[in-house]
Structures are given as structure tokens and as C-alpha cells.
Design a protein around this ligand. Sequence first.
Ligand SMILES: [Zn+2]
Ligand SMILES: [Zn+2]
Length: 262
Amino acid sequence: MLRFKNLGSGSAGNATLVQAQSGQSTTQVLIDCGLSMAQLSARLELIDLELSDVDALFITHEHSDHVGHARQFGLRTGKPIWCSQGTQLASQTIDWGLNSDQLCCARDGETIEVGELQLTPFTVPHDAREPLQVCMSDGNVKLGLVTDLGHASAHVLQSLRQCQALILEANHDQDMLRLSKYPSFLKSRISGPLGHLSNQASAHLLQSVMHDQLKTVVAAHLSEKNNTPELVGLAFGAVLNCPAHEVIIAHQDHGTDWWVVS
Ligand SMILES: [Zn+2]
Ligand SMILES: [Zn+2]
């Protein structure tokens, strides 16, 4: 069985727990560590887990809302941390004081096995040194996770094919961003090809990878200033053919419920 629970999503910090179970064996991997150890522990405690129950951490890229507390996680737990060579260099992981075998190099298209869970990273266009996003599987079903995406490249679309569940960035509403008080360089960065997906671009990506077996879609990494859950609900609902209020949103403060991938 494969299931996931987002623990918090947005520019103030990201973390998603993915769990694969087979017989008596359970594997838990955390994707990104943008929440403090206190926040992370508190959110894990709500589901009867603790930091030491996490078997590995995968970091998508070096922006602080993803890598911010990874060093503390590594020092506290001693568990492996996977990320690209570029993310290691940009995050200066060499100075983190971890065990030499604790940092592991993730590469586009090379599947990582952690217990019952397989993670396959893929390269994405985003303004970081070597950003990866990731698909995960228990050998039966597939979960795709992609936040912090400038645009839907052919490689991204191919990587997200045949997912039964998808966590997908819906960062901003184009009009809200345009009319916001953000300085123009920041508006250009966010809406540019190496920035973040608008609701419209995200809905378009979703349409491109839709198929009958894609059962669960979660909208994530919503801007708190330039988006609303209602607008995301309308954009995704139009593709998923459901009312706006039924679209699953990953919240900054409490993430999502558990969702089983089937
Ligand atoms: Zn981010
Ligand atoms: Zn980012």
C-alpha cells in the first residue's frame, strides 16, 4: 500500500510524508524539510509518528522553504538525505557536519530504493542550481510530486505519466500577482519560465497528464498573497470535473489528510 500526507505546503515551508507498506514492513520517506524540527515533530505526533520513524529525506532543491531544516533533521536522526549534486553544492552540505555516508546523490531518472519505496527523481525547470522533483511507487501504484515548477517541460510531462495520484503546484493567480504590491522583478521571476506555475498553467499541465486511473490530485504550494483556495478549486475543478470545494488543497499550516494511492 502507498499513501501520503502533506505536512505543510507553501513559501513558509514544505514537507510531505510518503509511506509504503508491504506485510509487516513499513517505509516512510519525507520529501523536503522546510518545517522546523519542532513543527515537524508536532505534526508527526498528530499521526502517532516521531522523527526517528522517518527512514530517509529527499530534498528537491536548495530554496529555504525546502532545505531550510534538513541539516537539523540529518544531525538529529542520522538518516540518509538524498538530493542532487547541484543542491548539495548550493546548500553547502559539506559544512553540515553529517556522517560521510549520510548524504546521497540523486540523479534524474535513477531510481532510489528505500525499503518498500522507490523514488524516481526528474529534472525540472526552476531557478535553482539542479532542482529535481520526484515520482514514488510501492511497485504497484505511482504518486507524482511536483512543486516549484517554472513550466511544464516535455520531460516533466513524460515523468508524470500514468500516476494514480498527483501533488501539483498551483502557486498563483495571474491577475492577483499582476496587481500585487510585489516589485516588478519579483513578479517577473515568479511568473517566468523558471519560476512557479500559475493556476492556469497548472490546470493545463493537469489536463495533459489526466487519465482514467488518476484518482487523487492535491493542489500545493499556494501563494498566501497571490492566490486563494477558491480560485485553485475553480481551475482544478474544471479539469477534474468536480465542484471547486471538492478539490484537495495542501495548506501551509496543516497540509492534508492521509491519502491512499489506489
Ligand atoms: Zn518552494
Ligand atoms: Zn523553489
